[in-house]
Design a protein around this ligand. Structure first.
Ligand code: EPU
Length: 439
């Protein structure tokens, strides 16, 4: 059986949507939870396949884990860690689980974590993570596809990152929490998810300063100083940006709730420049609407607080029908324009040259059969299908399910015409509501 979205485009999205907890934060908080013996509880945890994989990684170490769907919470009891290996079978399913390396070395002085390999959007090396741990005194061997890190004790150090890598900053922070002395990470990533991780660790008893700036100082503490905690994950700024885009793309009007607007400043600014209306309603919600054709803009993806690469595909979808020509430069990943061929099949006019995309606005997109090639490209195609004339089918939904909880239900609550169907591998276009006139 194969799952597909069937989407009928052209309906303006209207109403309210509530944003869940940040996937890219919670996965790291889960790794951090293994630093303290006892049971930690994390709230505002979205029900996503990535969260499930991370729970499996942590369970593989011998921790007791559970997820409560109704409460959107999870517990991790890290009293006993009986295994220091995170297997290829799990890490290859989700590269973010590589974050367990720093936490394991910190807690157990040893870790064997599978190398995640590249992924669809780019090579995604982990050399900064490894160099950072070596600077703290871990002896690292790469053997049989695994990183094997071992140490008698970690000692605080100066670490300079060539680029402000989110994952490397997090892995080094986690490893330094229990190191002897102070670690200073320079050119650190400044994403809100880094701040969330530092807040989580500090609540646990760690001593971290400077998170959210380019210099983070971690003063090592003793294992006995750390204790399990209860903690609420920050809202998912990328899910919020996706729904802002969907509302604007369909010329709708909606309220995005449970967000921190400050985390979206750069994105919001670009949307305003394009001609969308965005109004802050209170500290955790904003109203988004759009009536007229948007204007094109140029933008470059950059580490936070710059334009987020994870929203590049959404902005590209908006540019496809904007007035004029927009130039996008993707500066973080080598291959993050995977949505381009499908957008062009919908009638867009996008020319790609290495890490630049030139988007010439057309009057409209038309529905087509589309394939999600990765998480954010997939979500942007759903948005494109919602704004297009006619019907679309989106395949390979497992990519989208990694990062969007109840995606189609939230879209339907806004009035979008989308349905998930579980059907034979052959698309049956003559059945039910989806007869041949549907496409
Ligand atoms: N890089 C290296 N060497 C390293 C680490 C990174 O060359 O050791 C390069 C990468 O290849 C990439 C760039 O640095 O070109 C940035 O990578 P970074 O380490 O910052 O990204 P990440 O930690 O692997 C997280 C998010 C991504 C998001 C990026 C950038 C998680 C689980 N993932 O990845 O989210 O795009 O930061 O903001 O936090 C997504 O949610 O769809 C997603 C891909």
């Amino acid at each position: 059986m194969v799952e597909r979205f069937y989407i009928k485009g052209g309906t303006p999205l209207k109403g309210e949507v509530s944003i869940g907890g940040a996937k890219n934060s919670v996965l790291k908080l889960m790794a951090a939870a293994i630093l303290a013996k006892g049971e930690s509880k994390i709230y505002n945890v979205p029900d996503l396949t990535d969260v499930e994989i991370m729970l499996n990684v942590i369970a593989q170490l011998g921790c007791k884990t559970s997820y409560n769907k109704e409460e959107k919470s999870l517990t991790i009891d890290a009293t006993d860690i009986t295994n220091v290996t995170a297997s290829y079978e799990l890490v290859s399913k989700m590269r973010a689980s590589f974050i367990i390396l720093g936490a394991l070395v910190s807690r157990c002085k040893e870790a064997r974590v599978a190398l995640p390999g590249g992924c669809a959007i780019g090579e995604r090396r982990v050399d900064f993570h490894i160099r950072g741990l070596e600077a703290l005194g871990a002896k690292i061997k790469i053997e049989n596809g695994y990183v094997h890190a071992k140490t008698n004790k970690l000692v605080g150090s100066e670490v300079y990152l060539d680029i402000p890598s989110v994952g490397a900053t997090e892995n080094i922070m986690l490893a330094s929490v229990l190191a002897e002395g102070s670690t200073r990470i320079q050119n650190a990533a400044q994403e809100p998810e880094i701040v969330d991780l530092a807040n989580f660790l500090n609540t646990m008893g760690a001593d971290i300063n400077g998170a959210g700036t380019s210099e983070i100082i971690i003063n090592g503490v003793k294992p006995a100083d750390l204790h399990p905690i209860e903690y609420t994950t920050i809202p998912d700024r990328i899910e919020a940006g996706t729904f802002m885009t969907a509302i604007i793309a369909t010329k709708g009007k909606g309220i995005i709730k449970n967000i921190y607007p400050a985390h979206l400043t750069f994105f919001t600014d670009k949307l305003l420049k394009m001609g969308a209306n965005i109004k802050l309603l209170d500290p955790t919600s904003m109203e988004v609407s759009c009536k007229n054709r948007l204007n094109s803009i140029n933008f470059v993806t950059q580490p936070y607080p710059g334009f987020p690469t994870d929203l590049q595909s959404m902005a590209m979808t908006l540019l496809t029908t904007a007035n004029g020509v927009g130039i996008i430069t993707e500066s973080l990943y080598e291959n993050r324009f995977m949505q381009v061929p499908d957008l062009n099949r919908m009638g867009a006019d996008i020319h790609q040259d290495r890490n630049h995309a030139i988007v010439k606005g057309v009057k409209k997109l038309t529905g087509a059969i589309l394939t999600a090639s990765d998480l954010r490209a997939g979500a942007s195609l759903v948005v494109a299908a919602l704004m297009a004339d006619g019907n679309s089918v989106v395949e390979k939904l497992h990519h989208i399910d990694r990062g969007y909880e109840n995606f189609e239900n939230k879209i339907r609550l806004l009035g979008g015409k989308i349905e998930r169907r579980n059907e034979d591998s052959q698309m049956n276009l003559t059945e039910g509501t989806h007869n041949e006139s549907y496409l």
